[in-house]
Design a protein around this ligand. Structure first.
Ligand code: SF4
Length: 343
């Protein structure tokens, strides 16, 4: 349980992101979290690099509605302070917290406040002995052993409210590591591809990596890491889950790739439609097709769609042509239809 949300077992896969504001700046951080909540973010993490950031958690918590996770590196006192200031989960790598006594101090505090611990292990910080043990380089086996060592350490300290995350920017190594660890433990897994890159490469790597894992039933909460606006991470995460059939709801847009028959600005229209549908909570499919030759047929599977003509388009519902609309009014007509869909 992370705040008022449960993960693991049969609970829905939760979508996470991480703020890129300074946590000490409560106003900016809250504004970003509220925007992410509205976009569909279900758990949010903030960096806690200073005591001021740990103290800011109290005020941030008052103004947001989703569980808050504190990301701690190195300083165990920040983990303790974050818990005391009401955070719902902490993310640590026990390997960089220091001595067992320091890890114990964090675990004791987490236990007292019923705050779960995400044990995070990154391929970039894999211990030298585990690199040596598995052939002198970073391997999925080494990452898994490192993560389980940390988990066992916390278990030995008498706590089991844990989520495990193992990260590698090598997509297939990351997939293999998750498959291995899922076979060895029942703890919920936070899955994602780390340092995956900017919008295009990050989305592709995340979709491939998460697609394989989630399709195998591996993973209980996801983060799509992108070098960009966290809002994009939420859009991508939702789309990945929807594509895999793990999430229902929201409008799905299908659009044709355009070809020599296209006579309207279909690329512009499709992008505008993508943006438009973000604002609707309707479980329908919208088709944006380039021509009247194949458009109506290809749009038949959709609940509503448009097919371009010369300077105009056809409005189509369930494969039936409803009316002709001038090109510059297509978006407005579609919006009007969506506004009144439930009537
Ligand atoms: Fe080309 Fe028409 Fe197919 Fe779009 S729907 S790709 S314009 S044939």
């Amino acid at each position: 349980r992370i705040g008022d949300r449960c993960i693991g077992g049969d609970y829905p896969i939760a979508i996470q992101s991480m703020c890129n504001t300074k946590t000490e700046d409560v106003k900016a951080t809250v504004a970003q979290i509220l925007a992410l909540e509205a976009a569909g973010c279900e758990i949010i993490r903030v960096a806690v690099p200073t005591m001021e950031a740990a103290e800011a958690i109290t005020e941030i918590k008052k103004q947001i509605h989703i569980p808050l996770v504190a990301d701690i590196h190195f300083d165990y006192r920040l983990a303790i302070a974050a818990i005391e200031h009401g955070v719902d989960k902490i993310r640590i790598n026990p390997g960089n917290i220091g001595s067992v006594d320091r890890v114990k101090a964090v675990v004791d505090k987490a236990k007292a406040y019923h705050v779960p611990i995400r044990v995070g292990v990154n391929s970039g910080s894999l211990e030298k002995d585990l690199i040596a043990k598995y052939g002198g380089h970073v391997t999925a086996e080494g990452i898994v052993e490192s993560a389980l060592d940390k988990v066992h350490l916390i278990e030995d300290l008498g706590y089991d409210q844990m989520v495990i995350s193992i990260k590698s920017s090598d997509v297939m190594m990351c997939v293999k590591a998750h498959e291995l660890i899922a076979a060895k433990t029942d703890y919920p897994l936070h899955v994602g591809i780390t340092e995956s890159g900017t919008l295009i490469s990050g989305n592709i790597k995340s979709a491939v990596g998460l697609g394989i894992m989630l399709n195998e039933g591996v993973g209980h909460t996801i983060r799509v890491s992108l070098t960009g606006d966290p809002l994009e991470e939420i859009k991508s995460a939702k789309l990945i889950l929807k594509t895999l059939g793990l999430r229902k709801g929201g409008i799905e847009v299908v659009s044709c790739p355009t070809c020599g028959r296209t006579r309207i600005d279909l690329i512009g229209l499709a992008n505008k439609v993508e943006n438009l549908v973000q604002n609707y909570d309707l479980d329908i499919k919208v088709a944006v097709m380039g021509c009247v030759v194949n458009g109506p047929g290809e749009a038949r599977e959709a609940d509503i769609g448009v097919a371009g003509g010369i300077g105009e388009g056809l409005l189509i519902k369930k494969g039936e042509i409803v009316k002709k609309v001038p090109e510059d009014q297509l978006l407005a007509v579609l919006k009007d239809e969506l506004d009144h869909w439930n009537k």
